[in-house]
Design a protein around this ligand. Structure first.
Ligand code: NAP
Ligand code: MG
Length: 398
């Protein structure tokens, strides 16, 4: 059998612990036997990040910018305990934070659905993808605990000396106040990422805020999305047969619960924080959640939504068998290979990504799965270890 050829390398960002083990097995069993894999490899394992003073993370993000598609393994974000465990020179920053700062993107999270694991909401038949704006609002707030009577004002002083002043409240007694902000530039990037992602997966895009109450702040989000849609995306959306739809957040919540799924829901920072946990839990499991960072420059970085599964790794190191679920990491690879195939016009690479995902789903639908899924599965399930699960998928793929 001749292997599928690639044109441009994928940016491969290796990671830590149990997911690093799965990473190597996925390549060995599911990718390399079928694809003449071309990658530019960056080792984001904590040890190598420390050796390079985290330069490797920066280099990998710049490579993603250059080539357009990256696939990332889960990585440790060091805390005090990790500094000791790995004898680190410094408590390096979160790699995802560093990569996001360089690519300036939005993260889209979508569940992978299988027969036998049913969403809590009965009407949901297709995945719902959450796109969360990741800048500002309550996450960058300034707050005051008001001690007693007095006047609270909102004051903006321009560099040119211009002053804008509004009364927040005339306090007669103690209370609280909060100041939040956002940037046109950040909202614009968010909007571009959402529209581009909707086009790339050919799904409708919903966006919701509370603009009836927040007539300046939330309304600015609504206006920026509307302007960018009209100017840059309307024609492409019509051609792709998808729609852009704005509604109030409370109306959106009601519609989401009544829907069949199969769309992207863009949310402001706080709404996205809350709603993504709700969506993930209602669909089943974090081990079945994919995640992709889309930059306004049109670059894509695929990963699993879960972490390095430390507890399983320590068991693995002791020589014990583990049944860690590799599905979200496999889908990170298939997502990246499909996107690379699209960008390079390689139909057989795109078809391979489809077959790989189908082999994973067929395996689970036949009742063979890792332990975490077997616990949620309604029906006769055979729980296997990670390696056996991957071998089962490989045999279907072959
Ligand atoms: P985690 O790795 O997601 O694991 C938490 C627990 O969820 C696991 O102990 C396991 O439960 C279950 N789980 C998660 N993924 C699973 C899978 N694929 N298969 C089976 N079970 C799975 O989160 P964490 O333990 O909080 O974090 C571990 C490390 O990951 C940390 O160092 C953190 O910094 C890092 N992290 C990285 C990323 C990223 O790179 N994107 C994201 C989050 C966390 P049981 O033990 O009950 O089986
Ligand atoms: Mg949260």
């Amino acid at each position: 059998m001749s292997k599928i050829q690639m044109k441009t390398p994928l940016v491969e960002m290796d990671g830590d612990e149990m997911t690093r083990i799965l990473w190597a097995w996925i390549k060995e069993l599911l990718i390399c036997p079928f694809v003449d894999l071309k990658t530019e490899y960056y080792d984001l394992g904590l040890k190598h990040r420390d050796e390079t003073n985290d330069q490797v993370t920066i280099d990998s993000a710049n490579a993603a910018k250059k080539y357009g598609v990256a696939v990332k393994c889960a990585t440790i974000t060091p805390n005090a305990q990790r500094v000791e465990e790995y004898n680190l020179k410094e408590m390096w920053k979160s790699p995802n934070g560093t990569i996001r700062a360089i690519l300036d993107g939005t993260v889209f999270r979508a569940p992978i659905l299988v027969n036998g694991v049913h969403p809590t909401v009965r009407t949901w038949k297709k995945p719902i993808t959450i796109a969360r704006h990741a800048y500002g609002d309550v996450y960058r707030n300034t707050e005051i605990r008001v001690p007693g009577a007095g006047k609270a004002e909102l004051v903006f002083t321009g560099e040119d000396g211009q002053e804008i002043r509004r009364t927040v409240f005339d306090f007669k007694g103690p209370g609280i106040i909060q100041g939040i902000h956002n940037l046109d530039k950040s909202i614009e990037s968010f909007a571009h990422s959402c529209f581009q992602y909707a086009l790339s997966v050919k799904q409708d895009l919903w966006f919701s805020t509370k603009d009836t109450i927040s007539k300046t702040y939330d309304h600015r989000f609504k206006d920026i999305f509307a302007e960018i849609y009209e100017k840059d995306y309307k024609a492409d959306f019509e051609k792709a047969g998808i729609t852009y739809f704005y509604t109030l957040i409370d109306d959106a919540v009601a519609r989401v619960v009544r829907s069949e799924g199969g769309f992207i829901w863009s949310c402001k920072n706080y709404d996205g924080d809350v709603m993504s946990d709700m969506i993930a839990t209602a669909f089943g499991s974090l081990a079945m959640m994919t995640s992709v960072l889309v930059s306004p420059g049109g670059q894509f970085e695929y990963e699993a939504a879960h972490g390095t599964v430390t507890r399983h790794y320590y068991r693995y190191l002791k020589g014990e068998e583990t049944s860690t679920n590799p599905v979200a990491t496999i889908f990170a690879w298939s997502g990246a290979l499909r996107k690379r195939g699209e960008m390079d016009g390689l139909q057989d690479l795109q078809d391979f990504a489809d077959r790989l995902e189908k082999a994973v789903l067929d395996t689970i639908n036949s009742g063979v799965m890792t332990k975490d899924l077997a616990l949620l599965y309604e029906g006769e399930a055979k729980a296997v270890n990670s390696r056996e699960f991957l071998e089962e998928i490989a045999s279907r793929l072959a």
